[in-house]
Design a protein around this ligand. Structure first.
Ligand code: GUN
Ligand code: ZN
Length: 442
């Protein structure tokens, strides 16, 4: 007889309607009810890591007479967050004082990432990072990994141990970097190839070709990154673009033949519909059009952009060109792994540009919207039966302030707004990955 592990979760269930896109959200009014499901006193049935059923508790419970019920009454059960840009390796320098991008990289980031040359230090740091990430309710992320083979292998091993759906790769760099954090182009390529063959598409893991940014890449390195994409067309690619003015000036000098920053990546076949570009702040008109035409995935990192003084992401304008817009914490320039905090900052930087972003729109970007942009919505992002059961339990009464404030909301729109504005990891009561509670995971 086939053994199953059926569990029922009771609570207030919130998730988006499967068929919607960013275009369904009006900039002028809150999302209509047809875009989402909010089931107060609902039931989520999970079996062998997958969503089995979802609906009203009193109706659905009849189908599952003898199963174990986990009671989260009064709490919200909702899909885990998707963070499309972070650095696994930067926990050791998060909250470093007072520099803009290039100085910050040289003074803090590069020395910190060199600690990953020690395998034990790498494993400890990766475990610390993943624990924090999961505590914050993020169940899928696109992460920049370490430079070298062994530490990258450890990262994949730790992700696999948790059965996470995750996109990552070794961060490649071969110039404008200290000797201790630089490898010859060919060596970066060989590490990548070995990791791809071992880990790409293994379980829930995907490999991303990860040239740190064009500023730290020779043409040879970018060419080899492009060759990997040719050899393995389903790979993701991730890099930084148009984050900082000094960086952009550097790109003009390093690649004098280029039309713009995006053109550099494009020349090497790296601007694709599976490319995730972090930041995208100071784009020329040609680059906005290029982002649209190449169908790249945009990752806006508002907390990092404020912290490093990089600039304001223009969401209103970007939406005129593409709906493939997602959000990233950019940990360790971002000082939190909480996507709630990222959503809060996204609201604030839009307000600074006289543009309001409604609660539902933002929540969509960090869940089903990101899953769709990444091409992962067959697997994650909502509670459609058959999808993988990555979900979180949010306690709107987790702190005295939240309890006081959430008792006064009139509807789900206000509740989401309050959670994003006041929330952090303290209100994520539990994170489930592929149907398994991560509480106490070591
Ligand atoms: N550009 C190149 N590397 C980095 C990084 O580690 N963080 C950020 N924010 N930008 C980068
Ligand atoms: Zn980054």
């Amino acid at each position: 007889m086939k053994t199953t592990d059926l569990k029922l979760y009771k609570g207030n269930i919130f998730y988006f309607n499967e068929n919607i896109t960013l275009k369904d959200f009006s900039p002028d009014k809150e999302a209509p009810g047809r875009l989402y499901h909010y089931i107060e006193n609902g039931l989520l049935a999970v079996e062998n890591g997958k969503i089995k059923a979802v609906g009203d508790y009193d109706t659905c419970i009849k189908d599952f007479q003898d199963a174990q019920i986990i009671d989260y009454s009064g709490k919200m059960i909702t899909p885990g967050f998707v963070d499309t840009h972070l650095h696994v390796t930067q926990s050791g320098i998060v909250a470093a004082y007072g520099e803009k991008l290039l100085e910050w990289l040289n003074n803090y980031v590069f020395p910190c990432e060199a600690a990953y040359h020690d395998d034990l230090a790498a494993r400890i740091d990766i475990n610390f990072f993943l624990k924090e990430l999961i505590k914050n309710g993020t169940t899928t992320a696109c992460g920049y990994g370490p430079l070298k083979y062994k530490a990258t292998d450890i990262l994949f091993e730790e992700l696999s141990r948790r059965n996470m759906r995750f996109i990552t790769g070794n961060t490649m760099q071969d110039r404008n970097s200290p000797k201790y954090l630089s490898l010859p182009a060919k060596e970066n390529y060989e590490i990548a190839r070995e990791i791809i063959l071992k880990w790409h598409n293994k379980g829930r893991l995907s490999y991303a070709i990860t040239p740190r940014f064009a500023f730290s890449s020779s043409e040879e390195l970018l060419g080899l990154a492009g060759a990997l994409k040719m050899e393995f067309p389903d790979l993701y690619i991730q890099s930084h673009i148009d984050e900082n003015f000094a960086e952009i000036e550097g790109i003009k000098k390093l690649f004098p033949w280029s039309k713009n920053y995006l053109d550099v990546y494009d020349r090497f076949g790296l601007a694709t519909d599976k490319t995730i570009f972090g930041h995208c702040l100071h784009l020329t008109e040609d680059e906005y059009e290029g982002m649209r035409d190449k169908k790249v995935i945009i990752s806006c990192c508002p907390i990092s952009n404020s912290f490093l003084g990089s600039g304001l992401f223009n969401f209103r304008k970007m939406m005129e060109f593409t709906d493939r817009i997602t959000l990233g914490s950019d940990w360790g320039a971002g000082n939190t792994l909480s996507m709630l905090a990222v959503l809060d900052e996204f609201y604030k930087i839009s307000m600074l540009q006289d543009f309001k972003v409604y609660s539902m729109t933002r929540w969509f970007l960090a869940t089903l919207g990101a899953a769709k942009s990444l091409g992962l919505s067959d697997f994650i992002g909502s509670f459609k039966p058959g999808k993988e059961a990555d979900f979180i339990i949010i306690d709107p009464k987790a702190t005295e302030l939240l309890s006081y404030r959430s008792a006064r909301v009139k509807n789900i729109y206000e509740l989401l707004f309050v959670l994003m504005t006041l929330g952090d990891s303290s209100l994520i009561e539990e994170t489930y990955i592929y149907g398994q509670s991560m509480k106490g995971f070591e």
